[in-house]
Each structure stands twice: as C-alpha cells, then as structure tokens.
Design a protein around this ligand. Structure first.
Ligand SMILES: [Zn+2]
Length: 522
C-alpha cells in the first residue's frame, strides 16, 4: 500500500498539478476510498462546470482526504486522472472514475477448463487477460493488472540464461555489458531528434553535423532521427541517411490526444502508423526496410503489448520511449526478455500503466535516462528549465555527462526537438559542449543502432578503433544514392483536406501519403 501512495502522489506532481499547502486534509469532502483521484461528491450542481470546481480533486487514503488543484487554466480530467486544458476535459460532471470490477478468473468455473472468467462470468482464453486491450465487456480483464498478478508476466532478469548478443539484462539495469570495468568502456553520446526534417531545421542539422566534427576513429559524428511524416522532407532524410545517420520511425500522423497512443491505439493502428512510416521512408527516401530499426512513440506514450507485438511482428529492433526514474547511476539499454529493471513511468489508468508486462524476447529498449537541470529532472532537453545562462547550460551538459562517465558509462542520451535551438544561446552552449567532448579521446557520438551493436559485442577501448560497426559508412547501392534535384510534389490529402509538399528523388505520387495510403496511390 505504501508504495502505491507514493506512486499516486508522484503522479499528481508529475502532471503539473499543485498540491495545496501542507497536504491539507479537508474536513468537508467525503472519503471515496478507491485509490483514484475524484471530485467532491457533494459539490453544488450549479458549480460543476466552473473552473474553480473542476480544477479541484481529491484522494482518500486510509480515511484521510487529500485535496489537490490543477495549475492555473487547467481542469482535472477524472477519466484520464490528469490535469489538462479546458477543451480536452469533458467530464466535470463525473465525480469518480467508474470502478472496474475484479475478474472472476478461475472462480468463474468456465466449461472450457483452460479459460478464465470476466467479472460478469464471460469466459475467455487466459492470454486475453492483461494483454493491454479490453476483451471483457466490463473491462475487468485489464482492470487489475500488475506484474505480480499477470500470469504471463515477464520473469525477473536471469543472467544465467540471458546471454549476449540477443539478450541483455541486469537486476537494476545499471550493469555494464560483458562485465567490463568502467575504465574499459568507450563513452557513447547519443543525440536524437524528433519529428519532421525540413527547411525549418535543415541548416541547423548541417551546422551541427559539419564534416569536421569527428569521432576518435576519424569518422564523422552521427545521430538518430525519429521521423514523423507530416511536413517531412524525404530528400533531406535520404541525404542524412546517406551520410550515415540513423533514420527511425515516430508515426505518420503524430495524432492527439496524447493518451490515444497508450490506451486506444489498436494493433492495427500501430501497424498503420509505424510500419506505414517505414514504408514511406522506404519508398520516398530509398531507405531499405531492414535499416529502419527503431521507433519512438509520439509524446512517449508507450502502448503496452500492442506496440511491442507490432514491433516483434514487423521486426523493429528497438524502442526508445520508456523513461527511467532519475538515478545517480544511469541505466544501460536492455532487452525485453525479462521484466524491465525500473518502475514504469506513465499515466495510470484502468489501474495499469502502459509499459509491457509480458516478455518480448530480443526486442531492445534504449531507455531514456533523465537529465538533472537546476534541481529538476527532465527527459527532452527542450523540457528542461530554460532560464539559465549559456555558461550554466554548458555546465549542465557537462555535469550530466560526468554522471555517466564517472559511474558505469551508460550511453548518455541527449534528446531534442529542433525548435529548442532557435534560441541562439542554446545552440552556442550545445556546440561548446559538443566541441569540448570531441577533444576527449574516449567519447563517441553514435546512432542508437551503433550503440546496440556495441552492447551486443562489448568491445573494450583498446580494441575499439577496429570495431566494425563504428567505422565510416561505406558505399551504397546506386539506387540508394541521392539525386541531384528532387521532385517537389504539391499534393492533396483528402483526410487533412489540405495540400502538402513532398520532396523526394522518387516520382510524385497521386496524393499526399497518409495512413492506409502510404504510397499516395489513391
Ligand atoms: Zn514528436
């Protein structure tokens, strides 16, 4: 119980809600003991839709009621259990999230002995329970899942059976692959960029990745781009890929609401969005499908088993959407053969968070370690506090680097949206950090996939200059080489009901590619 309290309070704080001073217990509000946030059940009917009332919410723990309030301008969404903007909250009149009944499981005495019962007695095959999609009409198959109850849950890390190159785990996620000593490990820095590549950021990327910035083996530094389709320039994308950067998928639509990805997207939606984008990259940027290896979920809203089933089926090698709680010793990437080595950080709904409970052997997670900036932790550099000087920002990059370098040398990830660099000071501080790091003999800027390749074959620094996967990119097949002048296709999209430009070395399609029409044929 104690841990779930902490969790609930932590969630409240995570969602930018304000806990009223001193955790005031409120005498007026009744206790609804359901481990969930709720509204005052006795609030006057005429105030229900007011911002004053709808921004307040409560939690009752062992008979004591705690009162919370959303930040200014936000309302509390009782279904999603978060504060959000007014236009997204349509349940001010609902007092509490409906309680999901407990499934009967074996107690249902199903006529097929292998089956289990929903709360209403409906019998279903056991793998329908806690698989991330609702199958019982009453939702009871997904309402009470956690890794201790889930019968197909991934098991704890077992280093005796989990062996490289295809399986890697450790109890707390911090162990160095191959049992190397920290001093033998090359320090990897992974720069990742989300969303579309286009004229908005093309100059920036060319500036950061100028050919004279080189790794210790003389090859140009590399990064990973998670591409979302809308406004993406596939000519630029192909160019970056030709230069040896990694191109991964971040969906076609990047649609909202954010929680859709965690709770509503079906297995088919995951295929449409991610495999669809891989197909678009293949067709319009000539990137071989087998080289599209990674994905990141929009808004980092991890999609439980459906997301990972899609990855396994399609053959995506890694995900990089899961957050690790802040720790002084950062985490290494791991495979999902076993239970993940850290708490799942995400919205809780239906009493479960959306990290995978089951095992997905061989699928890698490049876990997102948090940065520590101005006494706060953050994941994307652009979500960190920004009111700091160039000098302090530079120091922050260095301090976080040191936390990796002087502990277990887990890869140091810096994750960006290009708009962050619009502020000149940001770019100056970052480039200062970059050039300082490039003077170090043992620091490498690599792609996510190059990182996994090292984890699969942990190579100590005295042999690293011969490590094949980190060598410069060699020649391409001629069809993969970039054209001199791309087609600029002005295309209509019937779903967006707007025109969009598509830049590609391929021929112009008939319409702007979209889900279920990824080649733009229709
Ligand atoms: Zn994004």
């Amino acid at each position: 119980m104690a841990s779930s309290w902490r969790e609930l309070l932590q969630i409240a704080l995570l969602h930018l809600c304000v806990l009223l001073p001193g955790y005031t217990s409120s005498r007026q509000v009744r206790c609804l003991q359901n481990e969930r946030f709720y509204r005052d059940p006795d609030r006057p009917a005429h105030t229900v839709w007011t911002g004053q009332e709808c921004s307040k919410y409560f939690l009752c723990l062992e008979g004591e009621v705690f009162e919370f309030r959303c930040s200014d301008g936000l309302l509390f969404d009782v279904n999603r259990q978060i504060c959000d903007f007014k236009i997204n909250v349509d349940n001010c009149d609902i007092t509490a999230e409906p309680k999901i009944p407990e499934p009967l499981l074996e107690k249902a005495n199903c006529s097929k002995r292998t089956q289990l019962g929903c709360a209403d007695g409906t019998c279903l095959p056991p793998h329908y329970f806690c698989d991330g999609s609702i199958d019982c009409a009453d939702g009871s198959d997904e309402g009470h899942c956690d890794s201790t109850k889930e019968r197909y849950a991934a098991t704890l890390c077992d280093v005796a059976t989990c062996a490289l190159p295809n399986c890697f785990c450790s109890n707390d996620g911090t162990a160095i692959p191959g049992g190397l000593q920290p001093t033998e490990v090359p320090q990897i820095i992974t720069l990742t960029f989300n969303d579309a590549i286009n004229s908005d950021n093309w100059e920036l990327y060319n500036r950061i990745f100028s050919p004279n910035r080189r790794n210790p083996n003389g090859c140009p530094i590399k990064a990973t781009f998670f591409i979302s389709h809308q406004f993406n320039n596939y000519y630029y994308t192909q160019k970056l890929w030709n230069e040896g950067h990694e191109i991964s998928v971040h969906s076609i639509t990047h649609r909202g609401p954010e929680d859709w990805w965690s709770y509503n997207a079906t297995l088919e939606d995951w295929f449409d969005e991610m495999v669809g984008e891989a197909n678009i990259l293949n067709k319009f940027a000539y990137i071989p499908l087998q080289e599209v290896r990674g994905m990141r979920v929009p808004f980092l809203k991890v999609g439980s088993s459906r997301q990972f089933l899609m990855m396994k089926e399609f053959g995506l090698v890694y995900d990089s959407s899961m957050l690790a709680p802040f720790s002084n010793t950062p985490l290494w990437p791991y495979t999902l053969d076993h239970k993940m080595p850290h708490d799942c950080i995400g919205t809780m709904r239906l009493r479960s968070k959306q990290c995978p409970l089951r095992a997905y052997p061989g699928v890698w997670e490049i876990v997102l370690n948090r940065l520590f900036v101005n006494n706060r932790t953050c994941t994307f550099v652009d979500s960190c506090p920004t009111n700091i000087s160039v000098e302090n920002l530079y120091k922050t990059f260095v301090q976080n680097f040191k936390r990796h370098y002087f502990t277990n040398r887990a890869p140091y990830g810096l994750h960006f949206h290009s708009s962050w660099f619009k502020k000149q000071e940001h770019l100056i501080a970052f480039e200062k950090f970059l050039d300082e790091m490039l003077k170090q003999p043992n620091v490498w800027f690599l792609t996510n996939w190059q990182t996994i390749e090292w984890v699969q074959k942990p190579t100590p620094i005295n042999h690293i200059h011969d490590f094949k996967p980190w060598q410069c990119k060699e020649n391409f097949d001629t069809f993969e080489e970039i054209c001199e002048i791309p087609n600029e296709c002005k295309l209509n999209n019937s779903i967006l009901q707007q025109e969009r430009y598509l830049h590609t070395c391929n021929d112009c399609p008939n319409s702007y590619p979209w889900i279920r029409n990824e080649f733009g044929k229709e």
